[in-house]
Write a protein that binds this ligand. Structure first.
Ligand SMILES: Nc1ncnc2c1ncn2[C@@H]1O[C@H](COP(=O)(O)OP(=O)(O)OP(=O)(O)O)[C@@H](O)[C@H]1O
Length: 321
């Protein structure tokens, strides 16, 4: 059932290429009026996901709805209603900046050209300049202007800030937050964790074809801690965390054991601190970068927790908030 507050819904989404299973059952709901950031390492499947949402790629299995429409069957209507900037926008190089605006306007309703001209002027790009002579950053700005000029209800951006200088980057990201406050939805993929942390309210971390963590950024940050335990001896064994707490990643370096854990409480901290061989326990909220590392690199380093037979390591990779 499609919830009216959800601009994108995906269920059991799979994408298999010959010799490469990219998506292995993705579940996703993107709320209207949010800035949703998809994070993942190179090759995680972010562009593949975006190509499915925009109707350029048919998934192998599963269902997906964008603005209540089917991206394959209703691809024209979806492209009219959303704005999309790919990670390598293809544009007609023989046209000028102004001409490409006029050309694109023919697909949209009245007012497109005026808004487009305002945007490129704001970015200080001369309208009579040929596309082929623009710098990478200027091309990115033209692509953004084309995607924004019809004020789409959903803006989908693949690596939106690559090629933009720091000032423009900052203004652009702030404008995404403003769009969300005005009830528009922004879905973006990124490697720039610090930027995502500043603008996104919902984050999904993709790894091995699935979303390992997906939720409101504030909730993720509240529920996930970095815990540092000082030990007398690196071999001191500690009990598994009681359910529903779960360790996302753990490492021991010298006499210090460090873990990223979900649902770690003050009581757990006190119980560990009281154990023989433990010299102190510190816990603090984990940063988004630490969450990202725990979900991508750290999962491989996850140790099995012998006393918690209900939560074997393999299940940790299915986390969803
Ligand atoms: N048409 C295709 N045929 C075969 N494999 C493909 C195809 N398209 C993508 N892939 C593979 O799917 C995987 C995911 O690619 P994708 O471009 O979605 O990753 P990404 O997360 O966007 O990466 P990056 O951050 O580097 O842009 C890669 O291993 C890629 O080689």
């Amino acid at each position: 059932m499609n919830n009216q507050n959800e601009v994108i819904t995906a269920s059991g989404l799979e994408m298999r290429f010959p010799g490469c299973d990219v998506l292995k059952g993705v579940e996703m709901n993107v709320r209207s009026g949010s800035v949703f950031a998809l994070l993942g390492e190179n090759g995680a499947g972010k562009t593949t996901m975006i190509r499915i949402l925009t109707g350029f790629l048919k998934p192998t299995a599963g269902s997906v709805r964008v603005c209540g429409l089917d991206p394959i069957r209703d691809s024209l209507e979806i492209r009219r209603r959303i704005g999309y900037v790919s990670d390598a926008p293809a544009m007609y190089d023989w046209m000028t900046v102004g001409e490409i605006g006029w050309f694109t306007a023919s697909f949209y309703s009245h007012g497109f050209v005026e808004r487009y001209r305002e945007l490129v002027t704001g970015y200080e790009i001369p309208e009579n300049r040929k596309m082929k002579v623009l710098s990478r950053g200027q091309r990115a700005k033209v692509a953004l202007s084309l995607a924004l000029a019809h004020d789409p209800e959903l803006l989908i951006l693949d690596e939106p800030t690559s090629g933009l200088d720091p000032l423009v980057r900052r203004e652009f990201l702030e404008s995404m937050v403003d769009r969300a406050s005005a009830g528009r939805t922004v879905f973006l993929s990124s490697h720039q964790i610090s930027e995502v942390e500043r603008v996104a309210d919902t984050v999904a971390i993709m790894h091995d074809g699935k979303f390992h963590l997906c939720g409101e950024l504030a909730d993720l940050k509240d529920s996930i801690s970095e815990v540092t335990i000082n030990l007398d001896d690196p071999l001191v064994s500690l009990p598994a965390l009681p359910s529903p707490a779960i360790v996302l990643s753990e490492e021991t370096e010298g006499r210090q054991r460090r873990m990223i854990a979900r649902g770690f409480t003050r009581e757990m901290q006190d119980a560990i601190a009281a154990r023989r061989g433990v010299n102190g326990v510190r816990a603090r909220a984990a940063s988004l970068e630490e969450l990202f590392v725990a979900c991508t690199r750290g999962i491989a380093a996850l140790r099995p927790q012998p006393q918690d037979s209900q939560a074997p390591a393999a299940e940790v990779s299915e986390l969803s908030l």
